[in-house]
Ligand binder design. Sequence first.
Ligand SMILES: C[S@@+](CC[C@H](N)C(=O)[O-])C[C@H]1O[C@@H](n2cnc3c(N)ncnc32)[C@H](O)[C@@H]1O
Length: 307
Amino acid sequence: MTAEVYHVPVMPKEVLNYWLSDPDGIYVDGTLGAGGHSKMLLESLSAQARLFGIDQDDEALMEASKNIGDDNRFTPVKGNFGYIETLLGNEFKEKVDGILLDLGVSSHQIDDAGRGFSFQNDGLLDMRMGNLQGLKSTEVVNDYSYQKLRSILWQYGEEKQSGRIANAIIDARPLTTTLELRKAIEKVVPSRFLVKSLARVFQAIRIEVNRELEVLKQGLEQGTRMLKPGGHFVVLSYHSLEDRLVKNYFRSGNFEGKIEKDFYGENIRPLEPLSNKVITATEEEISRNSRSRSAKLRVALKKEVIL
Ligand SMILES: C[S@@+](CC[C@H](N)C(=O)[O-])C[C@H]1O[C@@H](n2cnc3c(N)ncnc32)[C@H](O)[C@@H]1O
């Protein structure tokens, strides 16, 4: 029997290269997962350095602690990175050298049928990344109005058949399992488009349940305030809605991407992108770790405030 691989870190070398600036510094992993990226960072840090690893999932925190082992530089923190300022407190404001967000769910969360993330496994409709929030996917599919359901499938899944699928879900109510949801979708989507539609619908519901875009915006704004001037913000995202928010925020300091200039023609923004182009995984990595195929890495540096 082969042991299950909990999660393989994506673009490990590239992430470490940008995340690490000062070996004695203070770092935050906002999406600890199995601690793969964190463990690599710790191997490059000095004995004085500190690393806070945030995750909202108890299982991930346990797995990471097991993977990292006893290390007094490392502090696991249960919580949502959207509240990073509250989680770390004023003591660390403007003191953090680097923040990593490796967005979305881990391979383990997807593979665990009981979490209800996958249309390939049958499980109860849940999709919560942790037990901190109340909403589950069962409420989204069973209680939302046609308008609301169609709108999340359209906005968060960019699903062209959102109206037909919303109707099919409503017709199939009550739904309790991911297989029932899949069957409802199968009734209205031609088989050649099915896998992509299933992926988009499951993605849309997951984003709604975990308020992923709202939380990402909060995390980017609060994380930027926690960084010290010169500190690095590193974000790995896996779909275009997230990547657009990160790209706009890094370039312009707002989520619409509106660039404002000061009197001297300099861009007014708290961060400076460290790479103009998005960074993607190499073919070699994609062949080893299919999850890296959709990954987009963006990095930015906190600017000095000149008064
Ligand atoms: C892609 S995995 C991270 C994998 C990790 N980089 C590694 O190398 O093992 C994402 C993790 O972030 C957590 N997560 C996602 N969004 C979160 C949020 N808003 N707050 C806290 N944890 C979050 C998930 O529970 C999951 O464990």
